[in-house]
Design a protein around this ligand. Sequence first.
Ligand code: ADP
Ligand code: MG
Length: 302
Amino acid sequence: MSDPPRTEPERTQPVDIRTHTAVNDAAPPQPAAAPLHAEAALDEARVFELSGLSVYYGAYRAIRDVAMVVPERRISAFIGPSGCGKTTLLRCFNRMNDLILSARVEGRIDYHGIDLYDDSVDPIEVRTRIGMVFQKPNPFPKSIRDNVAFGPKVLKLKGDHDEIVERSLRRAALWDEVKDRLKDSALGLSGGQQQRLCIARALAVDPEVILMDEPCSALDPIATGRIEDLMEEIKSQYTIVIVTHNMQQAARVSDRCAFFTTEVNEQSDTRTGVLVEFDRTEKIFSNPSDQRTEHYITGRFG
Ligand SMILES: Nc1ncnc2c1ncn2[C@@H]1O[C@H](COP(=O)(O)OP(=O)(O)O)[C@@H](O)[C@H]1O
Ligand SMILES: [Mg+2]
């Protein structure tokens, strides 16, 4: 009797986001496909790969047809005029758009080759691997320690949580300022300290990726400089995607830069965000491929 034919694993097979493999899938890893964007991908490992990605709020398409490859352990910055969909796109990277009832994501976003929006992918697990820091610092009304220990506690992470707290606060360059008042309320910290606390809170669950949506927009220049230094320090260990309205900041901190703009359809009077180009930061700021990018960075638009 012959063996039954071998079948490919079902698409709905549960996926282990931590190891990036389908559970029980013994198949060897597949070679990577050709880069979607050769310039931006280079030879680096790719963390995210987007194709034909559009996001709708109800019938309104906020951003359309985005294709890009986000490289590992680099800082990628998103710039572009207000309303062009930077936040909307950033929220796709850890499925935060799931939490917005009217939002619908179309197209594909792969995380280490796994379809992030596959039914079998657990969004909570996704947000553990891919942390987020918001525009306005949002510490919980708890002690400094409990803010950082929150994720490890909820996830019941093994190990000494006090050690995790110290390590995370050190990485976020906040330890020396708060080590003697860990039991004090986080709400008593300055805005810049609160934002570094939120970064420490994101780091505490040991993510691979950190998404930052204009993390310095509520901070003064000194606190902004601290956050930028901190990003520089941690970038060898994390993949960072940052939205910034500050072009100097994008030029200072990022390795890759994506410029987005808004296209206006005169007939239907609708505005849709589009990715114009994504490339090495020095190229974007010295010799962009698209005139719209040049106009924006030279201040002729936006
Ligand atoms: N929760 C939402 N519901 C409906 N429309 C939204 C929502 N969030 C953003 N938008 C709209 O989507 C477009 C892109 O917004 P956003 O992603 O915030 O842009 P950016 O971050 O580049 O300023 C804007 O027109 C905005 O009004
Ligand atoms: Mg925004």
